[in-house]
Design a protein around this ligand. Structure first.
Ligand code: GLN
Length: 593
């Protein structure tokens, strides 16, 4: 029986069959192949990084790739998750709030993703329960197998149909052995069987421990983890080993033997200077060719396209390596102890630093104890500041003190979302003389609520999925710095995630004080970009959007790019070939107070 016959025999829901494999209209068996990445030993190892790097190498070869992340948790999206526990909430253009891995895919593939590239158990179960209410299961008792697994398979095939992908990359969240993702693993096992030979490439991402007391790499934990995958009925074709240092031949041989995986397909993915070198590591190890062989799609490769894409990418890596002159950017924030909460900002700074030939060092600034008196000390030595997105009152007054200090001392500033709003509060207080100005998020009864809840948000109850979310256009005002930063564009598109906005009643007063709103929404008076005139400050910019979410290695985001330009000017007044600036902190404080 070939794949097509097998699929048609299992695809019908009927009361005569035990199977349930709904098939999306237009599905072409054999057209789309699948790479599935499973985590073993522990989570948080970089499944998304491996999967997106491999997808990038295949994309370079001219293949169409489509990633999907299957999350085990019951939340409908990542919007209500605490970034401190789970990493940043990444927002897609269509408004989906999802796992930070989707950011890795977007950056690596330079591709905008959509809600069909992400799902959670919450979404899968909702789909099943809705169908149950509609009577779609024809009197059957609804079960994890075959109904929930059936919906998972359908979801993957739908992605294949809508993207017409050569290869769908499936990343299963968590670790093999977790109760939450058991049914995802079973679904891909079934689907690999249904699609037939050469249709699936199974990758086990594992971890090689190197206990300091032993001083050598040990493979047992990895063996046990992969054994668990084998026990689920899945034979990996490729093993990618995360480790601190390159994984030794001995360890890779052991893993190969105990997992039935060819030695050449056991790949060391050790720590490296930037994730963007991993596609090249994969090429050098020949993993891309192994995948093409396993899936039998070598004939779909466009070698000339690959050579071009590879050169461009290697050029980025070379520039990254050559960019050693340091520039220090301070980031304030509540989640300072976990860098994953700011993953996209860190990446955006890396893209921009590489573009300009500098290495951006990040200084984390805890603002919870900060005041006007201590801001100078906390910001000593930074060449630019970012106040990133955030929620709630903790550390807010400290952030406002930082903003005051950088505004007065002409230190380059980029305020993102919350950082935009707090810049408005600070300006209203210090420049417009509205002493009691605040955001109603921080003080509901303040006299001058310059930042207030968006009108449409007033009616909404609960916290899930109901902010002003996703991609929106921004009209750029003529004659502003924003207009120059965006190379003269009259409209740009960015992603948003907020509940509060500049209260339109205060716009005139803020403008009178000198603040320029250089970007706003096309149809409503929602202010989306602010700046100070260059006579007042070299680079003081805020945006209600999240520009970090759209920065890509080869297309660094302009607001970040110009922040880094301004920081370089502060750090190296005579240009990058010149001497670094002497610390002028004490002088600048004096000139402006
Ligand atoms: N808390 C602010 C709001 O809801 C800012 C949100 C953010 O920074 N993402 O508008």
């Amino acid at each position: 029986m070939d794949a097509e016959q097998l699929l048609s025999s299992v695809s019908q829901a009927s009361d005569e069959t035990e199977f349930y494999t709904p098939m999306p209209a237009g599905y072409k068996p054999g057209k789309t192949k699948y790479v599935v990445v499973f985590g073993t030993v522990m989570s948080g190892l970089g499944k998304g990084i491996f999967s997106s790097s491999l997808a990038k190498v295949l994309q370079d070869k001219g293949l169409t790739v489509a990633p999907i992340k299957l999350e085990g948790y019951l939340n409908l999206d990542s919007g209500t998750l605490n970034p401190f526990r789970h990493g940043e909430v990444f927002v897609l253009d269509d408004g989906m709030e999802c796992d930070m891995d989707l950011g890795t895919y977007e950056r690596m593939l330079d591709q905008d993703l959509m809600r069909h590239n992400f799902t959670t158990s919450g979404q899968m179960y909702t789909r099943v329960l809705e169908k149950e209410r509609q009577g779609s299961y024809l009197g059957r008792d609804v079960q994890m197998i075959p109904h929930v697994t059936g919906e998972v398979k359908c979801k993957l095939r739908e992605l294949a149909v809508t993207t017409d992908a050569d290869v769908v990359f499936v990343e299963i969240g968590g670790t093999v052995g977790d109760v939450e993702n058991l049914y995802y693993i079973e679904a891909v096992r079934e689907m690999a069987f249904e699609e037939g030979p050469d249709s699936f490439c199974m990758v086990s991402l594992t971890y090689i421990i190197e206990p300091p007391a032993l001083g050598e790499q040990k493979s047992k934990a990895a063996q046990l983890g992969i054994g668990r995958l084998l026990a689920s009925g899945i034979q990996p074709h490729i093993i990618a080993c995360r480790a601190q240092s390159p994984v030794t031949k001995k360890v890779r041989e052991k893993l190969a033997l105990y997992s039935n995986v060819q030695f050449e397909n056991v790949f060391s993915m050790h720590d490296c200077e930037t994730v963007y070198v991993i596609p090249e590591m994969i090429r050098e190890a020949g993993i891309d060719r192994a995948v093409l062989d396993i899936l039998r799609i070598g004939d779909r490769v466009d070698e000339a396209a690959e050579a071009r894409a590879r050169r461009t990418w290697l050029d980025y890596i070379d520039r990254f390596r050559d960019a050693t002159r340091p520039v220090v950017i301070g980031i304030t924030g509540k989640y300072t102890s976990l860098r994953d909460s700011y993953a996209s900002i860190i990446k955006a700074l890396e893209h921009c630093g590489t573009h300009h030939g500098v290495r951006v060092h990040i200084e984390w600034i805890d603002t919870s104890e900060l005041s006007d008196e201590t801001a100078a000390e906390a910001l000593k030595g930074v060449h630019g500041i970012i106040v990133p997105g955030g929620f709630g009152a903790r550390g807010a007054e400290g952030k406002i003190s930082c903003i005051r200090y950088v505004r007065e001392n002409k230190i380059p500033y980029l305020g993102i979302c919350y950082g935009f709003q707090l810049a408005v509060v600070e300006f209203a207080r210090s420049v417009c003389g509205l002493d009691d100005a605040n955001s109603t998020e921080l003080d509901r009864d303040c006299k001058h609520p310059v930042i207030d809840i968006l009108p449409e948000q007033k009616q909404i109850e609960g916290l899930g999925g109901n902010m002003r979310l996703g991609g929106r256009d921004i009209v750029i005002k003529d004659g502003t710095m924003a207009k120059r930063v965006f190379s003269g564009a009259s409209e740009v598109r960015m992603r948003f995630r907020h509940r509060y906005e500049v209260d339109p009643r205060y716009i005139e007063e803020l403008e009178k004080g000198g603040m320029i709103f250089s970007g706003h929404a096309p149809d409503y008076p929602i202010m989306q970009i602010l700046e100070l005139p260059q006579a007042m400050h070299p680079y003081f910019v805020g945006t209600q959007a999240h520009p970090e979410l759209i920065s890509r290695p080869l297309r660094p985001e302009p607001l970040f790019l110009h922040l880094v330009t301004a920081a370089i000017q502060r750090a190296y007044p005579d240009g990058l070939d010149g001497e670094p600036a002497a610390s002028t902190d004490s002088e600048t404080v004096e000139t402006t107070t």
